[in-house]
Write a protein that binds this ligand. Structure first.
Ligand code: DAH
Length: 367
């Protein structure tokens, strides 16, 4: 058997004697998936097919891992074929997505909206669950003297990354899958403008002004280039606080974490700190919250660990002071970024993050 083939990762588990070449595998994916895409009846099914192809462990995503093992001749043949079929599948998903949408619109025409229905007539509007939660948390921290400071969603690279001790081309940028704004028609260098990946962009903006003390908060939207599924969304919320002044310590961080958790989940809630790396804090911590369902014993909901990860935090890194008028020998600071969507999912047993953005009346009416 030729060497390249014997090393091929595509072994058929049912019949090890038959080993597929990469080319065969690509053609097989093309055939199977074009069919699956056509069969998808709604956007959800289509998203699932998309993920099994292009998600982190998707068939198309993983396929190029086999390329280094091929001979040069094979690579020359397989490379263009792979690109062609990848594009074909992307186009097929897009086309089917449009078809499914169109079918949905046609169905709307046949749907009858009975305006004499008493239940419908009496239904008033109310604040979205996320907005209710935002108000609750903003009130809670206003009591501690925090003021709200929201930074732009479309942000400069420097506030989202560079001033946060994440230089250009630094590998730590990989921690954030970033959506960049196409600035071709603007007088802006490519790569300078992006959709902010976290709310952490607000505090370099405040620190830059050089006024202390800072005791600020932001509950706002962030954006990432994510493959969407039940736990990941391209658009999500963060609640972030930053405190800069004299004698700010980790003890303040611990107090704020327990203050928040107990207000939301009840007196029994408590936090735990784990060492964790974030470029803009030193030391950095991951904050876990004791599982409210099993009180730390370990259950299905906390995957047996007894804890949920809910925030990243730490003491603001001295390097981030370089971009400000503030002297890190005199001042210190803490920053803390928390995931409200996840917290709401835990609190209300919401199993899919997509509900927050979809506007489905059944979901909206429930909360
Ligand atoms: N910005 C981080 C993220 O989105 C979360 C975070 C970590 C915020 C540590 C912080 C912090 O303020 O100190 O992944």
């Amino acid at each position: 058997m030729p060497k390249a083939l014997s090393e091929s990762p595509f072994v058929n588990p049912h019949n090890c004697a038959r080993i597929k070449s990469v080319e065969e595998k690509i053609l097989e994916i093309q055939k199977n998936y074009l069919e699956k895409i056509q069969k998808a009846q709604n956007l959800k099914e289509l998203d699932e097919v998309f993920l099994t192809l292009f998600g982190k462990n998707g068939e198309i995503t993983l396929l190029p891992k086999a390329f280094p093992k091929l001979s040069e001749d094979e690579r020359r043949k397989v490379g263009p074929l792979f690109n062609q079929i990848k594009q074909e599948l992307e186009r097929a998903v897009e086309a089917r997505r449009n078809e499914v949408r169109e079918e949905g619109y046609k169905n709307l025409v046949n749907e009858n909206l009975d305006l004499t229905n008493v239940k419908l007539r009496n239904r008033g509007g109310h604040l979205h669950l996320t907005t209710q939660f935002k108000k609750e948390i903003i009130d809670l921290f206003s009591k501690l003297g925090f003021y709200q400071f929201d930074a732009p969603h479309v942000e400069w690279d420097k506030y989202n990354f560079e001033y946060l001790n994440i230089p250009k081309d630094h590998p730590s940028r990989d921690m954030w899958d970033t959506l960049y704004v196409d600035t071709t028609n603007l007088e802006v260098e490519p790569g300078q403008m992006l959709l902010r990946t976290h709310t952490s962009n607000f505090w370099p903006r405040l620190m830059e002004k050089g006024q202390t003390p800072i005791r600020a908060m932001s509950f706002d939207r962030c954006f990432r280039y994510e493959a969407v599924d039940a736990r990941h969304s391209h658009t999500f919320n963060q609640f972030e606080v930053a405190v800069v002044g004299e004698n700010i310590t980790m003890a303040n961080l611990k107090f704020l974490s327990d203050y928040l958790l107990q207000a939301i989940l009840g007196k029994e809630a408590k936090s735990r700190f784990r060492p964790k790396y974030y470029p803009f804090v030193e030391p950095g911590v991951g904050i876990d919250c004791l599982c409210v369902f099993c009180h730390g014993k370990g259950c299905k909901i906390c995957s047996g660990t007894g804890w949920f990860e809910i925030a990243g935090a730490g003491m603001i890194h001295p390097n981030t002071f370089k971009f400000t008028w503030l002297d890190p020998k005199k001042y210190s600071g803490l920053a803390w970024g928390f995931g409200p969507d996840r917290m709401l999912m835990i609190k209300h047993g919401i199993e899919d993050i997509r509900h927050f953005l979809e506007g489905d009346l059944k979901f909206l009416e429930k909360y």
